[in-house]
Design a protein around this ligand. Sequence first.
Ligand code: NDP
Length: 240
Amino acid sequence: MTQSMNKVVLVTGASSGIGEATVRELASAGAQLFIGARRGERLRALAVELGDRVAWRELDVTDGADFDAFADAAAERFGRIDVLVNNAGVMPLSPLAALKRDEWKRMIDVNIHGVLNGIAAVLPRFVAQRNGHVVNVASVGAHLVLPTAAVYCGTKYAVWAITEGLRQEHDEIRSTIISPGVTATELGDDISDPGVAAALKDWRQKSLTPDAIAHAIRYALEQPDGVDINEIIVRPTAAN
Ligand code: NDP
């Protein structure tokens, strides 16, 4: 196993799915990781399993002050921050006519404000050190809209736009959009509409495993400083 990735990487949504797979992948590549999510017991178990190169702290990405404290704790633990992977996200799908305002708000809070809070927590540091890398996990839903996914896709179009704006404004900071297709994780397990939950189960028949997305993130991180992978779209071959 190559132990070559000399980077300090922050990963949000590390308690399951793509975030957890990314932590495993980057730890095996030699990175030092500071990982966050709300379910601390899962983070603790992952850190214990992977050893000293992984540290954790509970994090609610919707709370800007909490994200600032998370980044400060990471810098204190490892001495610097090289990469932020804004991965945390939620997907309670429903038709617009169901008027699930609370779920719309939750998607906007986590998927958009969470990403912005992450950028705010690291950007001054990255500007000062004239180096840094922000990886934002969007979705194929940043490129297409499906019934029941209007708000979710809206949040992912926003993630796409925010990441592209960051790229345009900062020559010395790398910005990467990771756009997964359907991936077998816990995402959508909280869908309250039974019809939509059944449809998601069908889509998941043809899904990627989370390590396919973790490999894409590792690829973006392993590029030399002057090379910026702007977006990677990863779909299962069976998707159309
Ligand atoms: P999971 O549900 O397995 O993981 C989501 C993660 O987000 C969990 O670790 C959860 O942790 C965390 N999270 C949710 N809300 C918050 C919050 N307020 N603060 C901090 N962390 C939070 O799903 P995935 O691994 O699939 O999702 C990861 C990303 O991939 C998301 O952005 C999703 O939109 C995107 N994506 C997923 C696809 C798929 O098919 N699975 C396809 C396209 C994109 P906790 O509950 O402990 O806080």
